[in-house]
Design a protein around this ligand. Structure first.
Ligand code: SF4
Ligand code: SF4
Length: 322
């Protein structure tokens, strides 16, 4: 049993909501979810597919609550290829037992190679064959990071391994995605976004998601461009011509209009800084097409138009719910 009082959970929920720019209603829901996670009413299985492990590293950098609390008191992480204490046969038996028992939330990091299946194996088994029954038994599935959510870098044009997103994998196996799959893109996924999503799931409140992208609207409703501190330059058509200049970074290839997430609100590394504030254009890391197409490179120069369709009238999302 955890050692936190209800008051402490409310404080944690409030800090997490504040870090994510959410209101009081969400703070209470998050507090309830964190409490349920700590009571181990929902366990978490985490599988890594074709990934750089950056989303695991990002998760370990959470600060509200801090990583030690998350791992030792909040989240019962039953299986994780690199963090679990158990290894080899014992770890695979733990995974199999947890799947049989059900009542878990599955986090998938990385893409799944559906064609060259031996490109990613766990315990000697191809992930592509191991994954479907684990997806089927899950109470909820969180695709953590852009590779899991949309294919990302492993699915870049050419895609010799047949790297696919979790959604494609579920559809291929005939597993319904509605009210089950939550996409949390980002390269990497932001740690607070992930912890908050797990708290929603543990609280049995499936978050509101975008009907097409399946991203939680609380965190992915607005584009980076919507809330960018350089937006006033964009309106005045004052563009930076080189790195370090004042001005909107559009002509240095900024993809903020195409990347829906809350970076301007919560920033990175405990709110220390983020791409655009550091003078780097947004590379669109939450976009569905991120790194997949040849005409979607990380950096461009002399931008006249965006490679992916962008309508100015779509710039502002619906009003915030607090
Ligand atoms: S194009 Fe980029 S730098 Fe310019 S306002 Fe939009 S998000 Fe900000
Ligand atoms: S500013 Fe853009 S590239 Fe940077 S983390 Fe946010 S969405 Fe990703």
């Amino acid at each position: 049993m955890h050692g936190h009082s209800r008051r402490e959970f409310l404080q944690m929920g409030a800090s997490l909501a504040a870090a994510l720019g959410l209101g009081q209603k969400q703070a209470i829901a998050l507090a309830d979810g964190l409490e349920r996670l700590a009571e181990q009413k929902t366990r978490v299985l985490w599988l890594q597919g074709m990934s750089c492990s950056g989303c695991s590293v990002s998760f370990l950098n959470t600060d509200t609550p801090d990583p030690v609390e998350v791992l030792t008191e909040m989240i019962s992480l039953v299986f994780h290829q690199t963090i679990s204490a158990t290894q080899g046969t014992q770890a695979m038996e733990t995974l199999s037992k947890a799947v049989d028992e059900g009542n878990y939330c599955l986090v998938v990091e990385g893409a799944i190679p559906l064609t060259m299946q031996n490109a990613c194996t766990i315990g000697g088994k191809p992930l592509a064959t191991l994954l479907p029954p684990i997806l089927r038994n899950a109470q909820a599935v969180v695709a953590a990071g852009t590779c899991a959510a949309f294919g990302g870098i492993p699915a870049a044009e050419g895609n010799a391994t047949g790297a696919a997103s979790v959604k494609e994998c579920m559809e291929k196996a005939g597993i319904p995605v509605a009210k089950r799959l939550i996409n949390c893109p980002g390269c990497p996924v932001h740690p607070q976004t992930l912890v908050a999503t797990l708290a929603y799931v543990a609280n049995k409140r499936f978050p509101d998601v975008d009907p097409v992208l399946l991203t939680p609207t609380a965190f992915y409703r607005h584009s980076v461009h919507d809330e960018c501190p350089r937006f006033h330059y964009w309106e005045k058509h004052e563009f930076a011509e080189k790195f370090g200049d004042e001005g909107c970074l559009f002509k240095l290839g900024c993809l903020g209009p195409l990347s829906h997430t809350n970076c301007p609100r919560r920033q990175w590394n405990s709110g220390v800084n983020w791409c655009i504030r550091a003078g780097a254009p947004c590379i669109g890391c939450t976009n569905e097409q991120f790194a997949k197409k040849k005409d979607f490179p990380f950096y461009r120069k002399g931008e006249q138009y965006h490679a992916v369709e962008y309508q100015e009238q779509d710039r502002k999302g619906p009003k915030d719910e607090t």
